[in-house]
Design a protein around this ligand. Sequence first.
Ligand code: FE2
Ligand code: FE2
Length: 188
Amino acid sequence: MNKNLSMFGVALLILTLVTAVILGFMAGPTSPLTWLLVAVLIALPFLHRKLSEKQYLVWKDEYSVGINSIDEQHKRLVNLINQLQTAVKYSTGETYEREALDELVDYTKTHFNYEEGLMEQNGYPDFEPHKAQHQAMIRKVEEVLAEYETNHDAAMKNALDYLGDWLINHINGTDKEYSSFLIEKGVK
Ligand SMILES: [Fe+2]
Ligand SMILES: [Fe+2]
């Protein structure tokens, strides 16, 4: 949904609830429905915060690949996705959104180069299929960047959904497969 439209919907909901509460008190403050509406109004900020937190990625120790340098890069990628989420959520404007998206794409490429370098130098047997996954992800991101030129909101939503899911699945699956091999080679 368009961001402005969704904010308008929330504002309309709050206005409707406030009006209903005022009318309820005018009709007679003992009505349980009025007090139920008061409770809903009080709970709204809490519910809103809880729903907002769910949109952000949270690093978990179980995501660790056991190699400190790579874990630190993965954590930075999680932070950059969250930074992009913040830029979109608070409608910070096209310049900030674009900067956040560019920073994420640039750092993703830096991280992929680092990982691929380690795999290649150490003779990791699944280097090629792993690299192919990285390349497929970059192609998808480039599609999103092209879409951004014509449809900002849809492109950003697609980018966040795709990047968040892809990153966690890749770190927690494909990246973990090289852990023991690279650790045995002395990579830290
Ligand atoms: Fe990685
Ligand atoms: Fe990877």
